[in-house]
Design a protein around this ligand. Structure first.
Ligand code: NDP
Length: 268
């Protein structure tokens, strides 16, 4: 029987837990020929790497940092989830064409729901203006008409461009003195454990913080949030599992069970 080949492409990619998650999902359906690899590439080689993967019979790809926006431009077909946020994290082959989806935004909201975090009528700050920021903002704007979202980014013009793209009066630049209900870090600042340089006064004790990055120990952003007075700050492992569940379903038309997986992965 032919192998069911899947992979995640990124750079760096060593830290990725996606292979462990997808193998756990596959084991629920006795997909014995399921293979899920990590592929590291460069931006110049991204197109060739994706095409080679599918022309060799690959079934599905996840795309991670820093290629989500570049991969969007390589796709021949795009699902609405990708069009709405301008980036992709899930690819599959459809009639010999590469089709892109984005499951990050829905995965993020599923994890907020799972953790009982309110986002429907909230003041939300998104730190960062890259691919994951776009997918999260797009999903919140669709699901919640009442929340106000602000964006703060290292390069201000990138935040301004992102805001222009959505053209929605609920989405604005961060204003100096605003304090938020929910602060979401979508930058990779925790990846390097570098010192966090963010505006003061974003947080009060009731503010919930969320770092998209995940680690076996507390992330730098989580430490920054607790040092600045937050009582609750999560990492992105729950979101990683939820977005993977949606990718797995797109590829295999099967919805895996995720109960207990977060605890299992934290013990790896
Ligand atoms: P992108 O490269 O698309 O965007 C990165 C953003 O972070 C940009 O706005 C960039 O700002 C900013 N940034 C980069 N480096 C720094 C820095 N040193 N200091 C401050 N800002 C910085 O990345 P993604 O959006 O795809 O991913 C971002 C993070 O989210 C990664 O850590 C990734 O692992 C994580 N992630 C986790 C997911 C999960 O399921 N848990 C899903 C998706 C992402 P500028 O505009 O100035 O370049």
């Amino acid at each position: 029987m032919a192998k069911l080949n899947f992979a995640v492409i990124g750079n760096p990619i060593n830290h990725s837990l996606s292979p462990a998650i997808h193998k756990y999902f596959a084991s629920q359906f006795n997909l014995n020929d399921f293979v899920y690899d990590k592929i590291e590439t460069t931006q110049d080689n991204l197109g060739k790497t994706i095409e080679a993967f599918f022309s060799c019979g690959g079934k599905g790809l996840n795309i991670t940092i820093p290629f989500k926006i570049h991969a969007f431009n390589i796709c021949h077909l795009l699902d609405t989830s990708a069009i709405q946020c301008g980036s992709v994290n899930t690819l599959m082959s459809e009639s010999n064409k590469i089709k892109g989806f984005n499951t990050d935004g829905i995965g993020f909201l599923d994890d907020l729901n799972q953790k009982g975090i309110e986002y429907n009528n909230s003041n939300i700050l998104i730190i960062g203006a890259g691919g994951s920021a776009m997918s999260i903002i797009s999903s919140i704007l669709q699901k919640s008409k009442k929340s106000n979202i602000s964006v703060f980014n290292r390069t201000k013009i990138n935040a301004e461009n992102l805001i222009k793209l959505f053209n929605n009066n609920k989405l604005n630049l961060h204003d100096h003195d605003t304090c938020y209900d929910l602060v979401v870090n979508t930058t990779p600042i925790s990846m390097s454990e570098e010192k966090i340089n963010l505006p003061n006064k974003l947080i009060r004790s009731k503010t919930i913080c969320y770092d998209l990055f995940y680690n076996s120990k507390r992330t730098s952003f989580q430490s920054w949030a607790y040092d600045n007075g937050a009582e609750r700050c999560y990492d992105g492992l729950g979101m990683l599992i939820q977005q993977a569940k949606h990718s797995f379903t797109i590829w295999n038309n099967l919805t895996p069970e995720i109960n207990g997986l977060e605890d299992k992965l934290r013990k790896l």
